[in-house]
Design a protein around this ligand. Structure first.
Ligand SMILES: Cc1cc2nc3c(=O)[nH]c(=O)nc-3n(C[C@H](O)[C@H](O)[C@H](O)COP(=O)(O)O)c2cc1C
Length: 213
């Protein structure tokens, strides 16, 4: 396949200076809400974001996680605290996430410090999930090696038996993380690669700047 021949023109209207808010979070919500509203189908998850973390030796990893909460100035996702990302975040509580909404020609990048959500928030979210997902999260020592698919299925069945007709307890190693943004960049694809990029930085208050595409 000739990847160089794949070429898409971005014909959307740009980011007007007059649309910029002094704090980027209202703009983030506005873009996120539009991404949800214009989502082209159930196969696309507009809340999917690529999350990059690193250990203190600079080994970077990334993976997709789902945005589950936007509260004041933080965004949250849920995971296993003993997974690779969990271990990296214990060592180095910094992360970067990126959303790609191709049907809007838009990308948002966020960098920030990360803290665990309260146990109460994790409890509430965990129990709002379908029972099968609660069992699945409990059965999986995420990112650890398993001897076989069978081992996983047996763990799931054992938990189903153990908690039959009872609430599934929130595992100690499972919960949320809040990302507190220190930088947010809004990217709008435009014609002839003359894209709009607006970067907000928090340095004792938010400032914004326009970047070259
Ligand atoms: C669409 C999609 C959504 C995902 N959402 C989550 C999520 O919200 N939380 C999570 O822990 N893993 C999620 N995953 C799985 C992660 O990408 C990853 O495989 C897992 O968290 C282990 O990552 P780690 O070994 O780097 O910690 C999702 C994967 C995909 C493809």
């Amino acid at each position: 396949m000739d990847f160089q021949a794949i070429r898409k023109e971005y014909e959307n209207h740009g980011i007007l200076d007059s649309e910029l808010t002094s704090n980027p979070m209202p703009l983030f919500r506005q873009w996120y809400n539009l991404a949800v509203e214009k989502c082209p189908g159930p196969w696309f998850e507009p809340n999917a974001m690529s999350l990059a973390t690193s250990d203190l030796n600079g080994n970077v990893t990334n993976r997709i996680v789902l945005l589950k909460q936007i509260e004041d100035d933080t965004i949250s996702f849920f995971t296993n605290y003993e997974s690779e990302k969990g271990r990296q975040l214990s060592e180095n509580p910094q992360a970067s996430v990126v959303f790609n909404w191709p049907y809007l020609g838009r990308q948002i990048r966020i960098r920030g410090s990360v803290v665990r959500t309260s146990r109460e928030i994790s409890e509430t979210y965990f129990h709002s999930r379908p029972r099968g997902s609660q069992i699945g999260a409990s059965a999986s020592l995420q990112s650890s090696i398993v001897s076989s698919r069978n081992e996983l299925d047996e763990r799931k069945t054992a938990l189903q038996e153990k908690h039959r007709d009872q609430e599934i307890p929130l595992p100690d190693n499972w919960g949320g993380y809040n990302i507190n943004p220190s930088q947010i960049e809004f990217w709008q694809g435009r014609l002839d690669r003359m894209h709009d990029r607006i970067l907000y930085k928090d340095d004792n208050g938010w400032t914004s700047m326009r970047l070259s595409p």
